[in-house]
Design a protein around this ligand. Structure first.
Ligand code: T1G
Length: 717
């Protein structure tokens, strides 16, 4: 037994098994073995009447150690869980904090479950493209019913202690010291027989067998979702099996399905994505800022679409926020935007009126700069006009307390411009949210030349406190996220001039896994929005390659969904995009006007033109040190641009093709289309070493000296 990860003590005839693998007690090698050995020892020890299983620190078990996937495991969770259930003395699970995946499955095998009010219980395996493998698909339906089990397994969501008690997932909520409480319960039930084995429970099974619609509805819902993963279908099959076959046969089937999924491409990509997001928040050279140093109060300057969304994000996270606007009318509009967002959530039953009031109470409208001075952080979210932003930062420099974070939500303007408008440029950084700011998970933390590590660390922690994935980037045109995506947009527009059609390109991207095609997304956000940006760029850069088709559509008054026509046409407020012959004609006219030969495109060529352009640019961004790691770009694309998660991310996907093949194609397009396809030196280097693009990191010299990254530790074998 490895006593580094498992410890044991006997307290008044109760054996206490404590698992330890900080910070979340993921099931590391030695833990399952320890459980089996100690349950056996306790059963053979006449001085022990009952057993308590618990986790050290503030968590029970957050599941199997994801780093161990793909490796041989001496003992699996189904074996150690079976050992618990087979115990002749009662085993009580004492759960605090996270009790997820294999952790919950061990608790399900216990004979009694106690949790603290802070416990979070769930089976999130589906988010990793797998299914529970420790008997969860067989024991959970027996304990809480097939419908509730399907909801938890297919959503991967966490249930709090109150809900878990209501579901019957736990038996009691502990008061006072958890282990002492659990030991008391263990003594209370020590002599009760027969033991309450979850596998032997029949009440729900008998009832659910009379309701075949439970499984049928789950199958239909899964069919509508069209998930690219096999896991949801297997999970439904296994819960259905839990109603008809005995638990051992069910667990054997579960093991077969899990073994198939564990090494699937999708599961590997999802594991990579999990760790890429965890690593993205790390800033080389600094540990996570001390918890107490977080942002506990904030202000937003500007109550427009982005400003009001950011204010909602703070209120949702429980952080009081002041929203400042220049005029009472604008403030009123901003607060109305917030109310209507909450009303929509209530209509979709995602919020109760009481919760809405609670959150609204955290949002304070403000009209004077002086009134926000005491906030820990301020985020400017006004129009993208340099003069306006410099004026605002000048004012913030005067009113904000020392040490406050001075942040901008700009998506394009150089952070140094705002920093120079203050006497404390070290406190200025970008906190770039993606629309809708209260929904999209990406928060791009942008460093200016003078931004201090402390400012970056605290801003990144603020993003995490808002439930966002914080990813650091260096200030440059479009920062890292938009800059890496811009070449994709350019190629999709130029492909039109060469004969491809918007609906063909959208179909390619949806077949690839995007929820919506890029042209349908463009119609949603409005063609006129990017038109102004292009005009500004063309004015600033004579070499800027004009995008004739979108410019022509905007000049024809086609702004997208908002006025019923853009790349597609929309009928009677119906959001269904319909191909429009007018757009075909515009494309044909432009090709004729500019003498651009038209041709057919294969779906693969379209996909590669779009994504290779961004892979090449992402390599330039990392090479220039505007991003620490290539995996950070993946975290950005997954959480900012809806990149299909089961493909891992842009750079992870690129590795599936291989840097040499991508370089070869980029070089060919460089010869054909010119400098916009100039290969990145980093791409050439990685191709030369036949290396992995996702593991690329910024060269020592490139990033702000104090921020040079360490090689990333994770890779998916
Ligand atoms: N394995 C390995 N490392 C893990 C881990 C895990 N399961 N969970 C967390 N970590 C690391 C994480 O990378 C980070 O490391 C640190 O712990 C703190 O996490 C048999 C097959 C639990 C909700 O899917 O969702 O069980 O960055 O920063 O925001 O059927 O982590 O500090 O080096 O995320 O408070 C099922 C995955 C596995 C849970 C905590 N379990 N973890 O969030 O902290 S499959 C999961 C999470 C399974 C069984 C199957 C979250 C969290 P580092 P953190 P947090």
């Amino acid at each position: 037994m490895n006593d580094e990860v498992v410890s044991y003590e006997i307290r008044e005839r109760v054996g206490i098994i404590t698992l330890r693998n900080p910070p979340v007690n993921a099931l590391a090698p030695g833990m399952r073995e320890g459980i089996i050995d100690l349950v056996k020892a306790a059963n053979e020890n006449p001085a022990v009447d009952a057993i308590v299983l618990t986790g050290a620190g503030r968590n029970f078990i957050a599941g199997a150690d994801i780093r161990q996937f793909g490796k041989t495991r001496a003992v699996t969770s189904r074996t150690s869980a079976a050992a618990i259930e087979a115990s002749e003395k009662p085993v009580v699970a004492a759960m605090d904090g996270y009790c997820l995946g294999g952790g919950l499955e061990h608790a399900l095998a216990c004979h009694h479950r106690i949790a603290t009010p802070a416990a979070r219980l769930g089976l999130p395996e589906i988010k990793l493209g797998i299914i529970p493998a420790g008997g969860g698909t067989q024991r959970l339906p027996r304990l809480i019913g097939a419908a509730a089990a399907l909801d938890m397994i297919l959503s991967g969501r966490q249930a709090g202690a109150d809900e878990a008690l209501a579901l019957g997932l736990i038996d009691e909520i502990a008061t006072g010291d958890l282990v002492a409480f659990a030991a008391g319960v263990a003594r209370r039930i020590a002599l009760e027989r027969p033991l309450r084995k979850t596998s032997a429970l029949t009440a729900w099974r008998t009832a659910d067998r009379e309701k075949p619609e439970i499984i049928e509805m789950a199958r239909q819902a899964a069919a509508r979702k069209k998930s690219p993963l096999k896991a949801p279908g297997y999970a439904i099959e296994l819960v259905a099996a839990s109603l008809s076959v005995d638990v051992d046969a069910g667990i054997a089937l579960e093991h077969d399905r899990f073994s198939e999924l564990e090494d699937s491409d999708e599961a590997k990509a999802l594991r990579y994505a999990f760790f890429a997001e965890k690593t993205a928040g790390k800033i080389p050279g600094i540990a996570k800022p001390p918890a107490g140093d977080g942002v506990r109060s904030a202000a937003v300057v500007g109550g427009g679409t982005m400003g009001s969304g950011i204010a909602i994000a703070f209120a949702d996270a429980g952080i009081p926020v002041k929203m400042l606007e220049a005029t009472p009318e604008a403030l009123k509009r901003g607060m109305e935007r917030i109310r209507s967002t909450y009303d929509a959530r209530i209509r979709r039953k995602r919020l109760t009126p009481a919760q809405m009031q609670e959150r609204l109470a955290r949002i304070e409208p403000a009209s004077r700069y002086e009134s926000i001075g005491d906030c820990d952080a301020v985020i400017e979210a006004v129009f993208e006009r340099v003069d306006l932003k410099m004026d605002i930062f000048g004012k913030l420099d005067v009113v904000m307390k020392p040490g406050a974070l001075l942040l901008t939500n700009s998506s394009a303007i150089d952070i140094n411009v705002m920093a120079r408008a203050t006497k404390r440029p070290g406190s200025v950084a970008g906190a770039h949210f993606f629309a809708p700011a209260n929904v999209m998970k990406l928060c791009e933390i942008v460093a200016g030349d003078a931004t201090t590590i402390d400012t970056l660390g605290r801003a990144a922690a603020m993003g995490r406190a808002l439930g966002k994935i914080s990813v650091v980037a260096g200030s440059c045109d479009g920062f890292a996220a938009n800059r890496s995506r811009a070449p994709l947009v350019t190629e999709m527009m130029l492909l039109l001039e060469e004969g491809a059609l918007p609906w063909q390109i959208d179909k390619v991207m949806m077949d690839f896994g995007y929820p919506m095609g890029p042209f349908a997304v463009s119609d949603l956000s409005g063609l006129d929005v990017s038109y102004d940006t292009r005009k500004r760029r063309a004015a600033a850069d004579p070499d800027y390659r004009k995008l004739h088709v979108p410019d022509r559509l905007v000049e024809m008054g086609r702004h997208g969904q908002k006025n019923g026509a853009g790349w597609y046409r929309y009928e009677n407020n119906d959001r269904t995009p319909r191909p429009d012959a007018v757009v075909n004609q515009v494309i044909a006219d432009i090709a004729r006007e500019f003498g651009i030969p038209q041709r057919e495109f294969t779906d693969e060529e379209i996909l590669h033109r779009l994504l290779f352009a961004s892979v090449n640019e992402a390599c330039k961004i990392v090479d220039e040190g505007k991003s620490f790691r290539a995996s950070d770009i993946d975290a950005m694309w997954l959480n900012g641009f809806g990149f299909p998660r089961h493909r891992g991310g842009l750079m992870y996907w690129a590795d599936g093709i291989g840097a040499p093949a991508i370089l070869y194609q980029v070089q060919a397009w460089h010869e054909r289309y010119g400098k916009r396809w100039k290969p990145s030196p980093l791409l050439a280097r990685v191709a030369g070493e036949n290396g992995r693009l996702r593991e690329a990191v910024a060269p020592e010299t490139a990033f702000l000296p104090s921020l040079v990254p360490q090689p990333s530790t994770h890779s998916t074998k």
